[in-house]
Design a binder for this molecule. Structure first.
Ligand SMILES: O=C(O)CCCC[C@@H]1SC[C@@H]2NC(=O)N[C@@H]21
Length: 250
């Protein structure tokens, strides 16, 4: 049985618009760390403003944090979050060998998209952050209809359909909160180095040719590294190219 991490808050809502929006509303009145789980979302959102649909039984939660590091260091928590999500999936029975991490922050199961992570923050007006919200969406029960996604999107999968595992959102929250607390402690104590190493060990398509689609450009090269700033590094015909933000296509 998983125990809930000490000093961490938890709210479970039957429904909300988006746990990201709910968390942002609550963040100014939240002193420490708090999880918000919703059993349904009416306006779930994904990266780049895409909608995030949520079939019943899927997992939607956001974590409110008040980190004190500079924003570029805070952003490295997308890797912390991905490792925690992987550990939580293993804790509920997923096969570690079937899981991989797709830069910047998807978790794949047998090559299909099982989960996505979204980071949103608010500046404090002094160059730091007032809060960070990390959102986790996991297809526990069912994958969204692929027809609703962009044609080039990674095929969605669910834990129930692909791994034959039935896990309730509340139970998954226990596993994720515990896993996140462990990785957060490692990050704040030892920095990004061990997180980067652990993430690279689980990276999908490392050493293979992939394409990064940027707003006005597309870069194809061999995925050779993630650097200490969290950039994806592609080895291209013109040399090594660090990429801070992009959609990745295999
Ligand atoms: O585009 C992605 O892959 C990120 C998806 C993040 C979805 C989660 S579900 C919980 C939280 N609330 C939201 O509205 N979005 C995030």
């Amino acid at each position: 049985m998983t125990t809930w991490p000490e000093g961490v808050g938890r709210r479970i809502l039957p429904v909300t618009d988006s746990t990201m929006a709910e968390a942002a509303r609550r963040a100014p009145d939240t002193v420490g760390t708090e999880w918000i789980l919703a059993l349904d979302q009416t306006a779930g959102r994904g990266r780049r403003g895409r909608p995030w649909s949520m079939p019943p039984g899927n997992f939607a939660a956001s974590l409110i944090l008040h980190p004190s590091e500079p924003p570029q260091v805070v952003a490295l928590r997308s890797f912390v979050a991905a490792l925690a999500l992987r550990d939580a999936l293993i804790a509920v029975g997923a096969d570690p060998a079937a899981l991989s991490l797709k830069w910047p922050n998807d978790v794949l199961l047998e090559g299909g998209k099982l989960a996505g992570i979204l980071l949103e923050s608010l500046g404090d007006g002094r160059g730091g952050l007032a809060h960070l919200v990390i959102g986790f969406g996991v297809n526990l029960a069912a994958a969204p209809d692929a027809a609703q996604l962009e044609p080039s999107a990674v095929r969605p999968v669910s834990l129930a359909e692909t791994a034959d595992l039935v896990v309730a959102p509340e139970a998954f929250l226990d596993a994720l909160a515990t896993a996140y607390a462990a990785h957060e402690a490692r990050f704040t104590t030892y920095g990004f180095g061990p997180i980067r190493t652990a993430w690279l060990a689980q990276a999908a398509r490392l050493g293979e040719v992939i394409t990064a689609r940027l707003p006005n450009d597309s870069v194809t090269g061999t995925f050779c590294d993630v650097d200490m700033e969290g950039n994806l590094v592609l080895e291209t015909a013109k040399g090594r190219r660090p990429i801070a933000a992009a959609d990745i296509f295999f």
